[in-house]
Design a protein around this ligand. Structure first.
Ligand code: T4K
Length: 386
C-alpha cells in the first residue's frame, strides 16, 4: 500500500494547464543573490550563527528605525512570536479574537491553554467588530487579540477604550501589517504588543521569521528571555520559555530586504491601482474600502465576489486555477470551523454572520513586486472576459 504523503500547498509548473509559468497569489521579494553573499561571508568568518548575533542586533535596530517603533524582539517565525507575546503578558483564561484569520491566531491561544472566544467582524474592514466585544466579555476574559487583516488597520481607538474600561490586555496579530501607518504613525504602536510575521509569503520576509513589537525596555527584556528558554544568565532560568530565536541567516535576509522594501511597496501599490481601475466596473466584484489616512502595504488584494458576477467565488477560483492562476481563499474556512474550535459556543455561525458570508465570497488575487504587467493583464482578462 502506498503511504499518502502530505502534499505541498504550492502547485508546481506542471500542474499549470496554461502552458506558461504559474501565477501565484504571492511570491517573495528576492533581492539579487550577489548582494546576499557578503552577509554570508560575514557569518562564515565570525562563526556566530544564532543566539542573538551581530546581524540579529543590527536588524532589530534597523527595523525600529524603518517601522517607527521603540522596541522589537525578533523570532524564528510569527507563530512562536504570538505564543510568546501571550506568555509575556501572562494572559490566561479567555481571549476575545476573530474567526476571520489564519489559523495561527487562535492556535497561539490553544497552545497557551487559553479558550478563544470568537466575535464577528466588521463588513467594511473584515476586522474584529468592536461592537461585538463587550457582550463576549466574561469574568475569565483577560485579553483581546484582534488581527489587522490584509494589513487593514483595526479600529484601534475603540478596541483600546474597551480594553481600558475592562482592564484587558490587547495583543494585535499584525502578521500582515508590516510598514502600515495611520495618520503618519506606525499601526504597530497600538495595544500592549503587536506581532509580525516575516514568512516567505509576507511583504517583508526572512524566509521564516517574525517579531514582537513593544514600547518599553522591560517587556523587550522579558520577550528576549522567553524566546531563549527563559534564560537570564548562564545559571538562571526564570520561566518555561521556548526556543523562538531568529538565526543570523534570517537576520541577514531581513537586512537585505530592507534595502529593497520601499521599491517593493511602491510596485505593490501600482498593481493594486491597476486592479482597482480595471475591476472596479465589474458588477459583483467588490473591494475593501480605502482609508485616506492609511499608508497601506498592499500585502493582499482581496475581492468579494457576489451576484450579478457570472461566477460564484468557487467557480472563479476554479476558472483561474485552470488557467494557472493560483488565487487563494484567504480566509476560508473560518478558523472557528476547524475541528478543535467548532464545538465552542462562540463558533456557531449564528454568532458570526458577517465572517461566514465573507469566507464564502473572498478571493485574494496575485499581488507581489515581480508580478509583470503581462501577468496582471492575464489575471484581469480571466476575470473580466474569459
Ligand atoms: N497570523 C496571521 C494573520 C497570519 O496570516 C500568519 C501566517 C500567522 C499569524 C503565522 O505567521 P508564521 O508563523 O507563518 O510566520 C501561508 C503562510 O504559510 C502563512 O505564513 C500565512 N500566514 C498564511 C496566510 O499563508 P499557505 O499554506 O497559504 O502558504 P503556501 O505555501 O500555500 O504559499 C502561498 C503561495 O505563496 C504559493 O502558492 C506560492 C508562494 N510561495 C510560498 C512559499 C512558502 C512562494 O513563492 N515561495 C515560498 O517559499 O500559508
Amino acid at each position: 500500500m502506498t503511504a499518502r504523503l502530505p502534499a505541498s500547498t504550492i502547485p508546481d509548473a506542471v500542474s499549470s494547464a496554461a502552458g506558461r509559468a504559474p501565477i501565484y497569489v504571492t511570491r517573495p521579494l528576492m533581492p539579487p543573490l550577489r548582494d546576499f553573499l557578503p552577509y554570508l561571508e560575514r557569518i562564515w568568518a565570525s562563526g556566530i550563527l544564532t543566539n542573538g548575533g551581530p546581524l540579529h542586533a543590527q536588524l532589530e535596530s534597523a527595523l525600529c528605525e524603518y517601522l517607527g517603533i521603540d522596541y522589537i524582539s525578533l523570532f524564528s517565525n510569527g507563530t512562536l512570536a504570538l505564543l510568546t507575546a501571550i506568555q509575556a503578558l501572562r494572559i490566561s483564561g479567555e481571549v476575545i479574537t476573530t474567526p476571520y484569520s489564519f489559523v495561527a491566531t487562535a492556535h497561539s491561544l490553544l497552545w497557551n491553554g487559553i479558550k478563544p472566544v470568537f466575535v464577528d467582524i466588521d463588513p467594511g474592514t473584515l476586522n474584529m467588530n468592536p461592537d461585538r466585544i463587550q457582550a463576549a466579555i466574561t469574568p475569565r476574559t483577560t485579553a483581546i487579540m484582534p488581527v489587522h487583516c490584509y494589513g487593514t488597520p483595526c479600529d484601534v481607538e475603540r478596541i483600546e477604550r474597551i480594553a481600558d474600561d475592562y482592564g484587558l490586555k490587547v495583543v494585535y496579530d499584525a502578521a500582515h501589517a508590516f510598514g502600515v501607518r495611520r495618520g503618519g504613525r506606525s499601526i504597530l504602536r497600538h495595544g500592549d504588543l503587536s506581532v509580525l510575521s516575516f514568512h516567505a509569503t509576507k511583504v517583508f520576509t526572512t524566509f521564516e521569521g517574525g517579531a514582537v513589537v513593544c514600547s518599553d525596555a522591560k517587556t523587550k527584556q522579558r520577550l528576549d528571555r522567553l524566546k531563549n528558554f527563559g534564560y537570564v544568565d548562564e545559571v538562571t532560568v526564570v520561566a518555561p520559555g521556548i526556543n523562538g530565536k531568529m538565526n543570523e541567516i534570517q537576520a541577514a535576509c531581513g537586512l537585505l530586504q530592507l534595502e529593497h522594501i520601499d521599491d517593493a511597496l511602491q510596485r505593490r501599490a501600482e498593481i493594486a491601482r491597476v486592479y482597482r481601475d480595471r475591476l472596479g466596473t465589474v458588477n459583483g466584484i467588490h473591494f475593501l474600502p480605502f482609508a485616506v489616512d492609511v499608508k497601506a502595504n498592499f500585502a493582499y488584494f482581496p475581492i468579494l465576489v457576489s451576484r450579478p458576477y457570472r461566477r460564484t467565488r468557487d467557480e472563479l477560483y476554479a476558472h483561474l486555477r485552470a488557467r494557472g492562476i493560483f488565487a487563494r481563499r484567504y480566509f476560508y474556512p473560518l478558523v472557528s470551523d476547524f475541528p478543535m474550535y467548532r464545538e465552542l459556543p462562540s463558533a456557531d455561525h449564528t454568532n458570526l454572520p458577517v465572517a461566514t458570508d465573507a469566507a464564502e465570497r473572498i478571493l485574494c488575487l496575485p499581488i507581489y513586486p515581480s508580478l509583470s504587467e503581462a501577468e496582471q493583464e492575464t489575471v484581469i482578462r480571466a476575470i473580466v472576459t474569459d
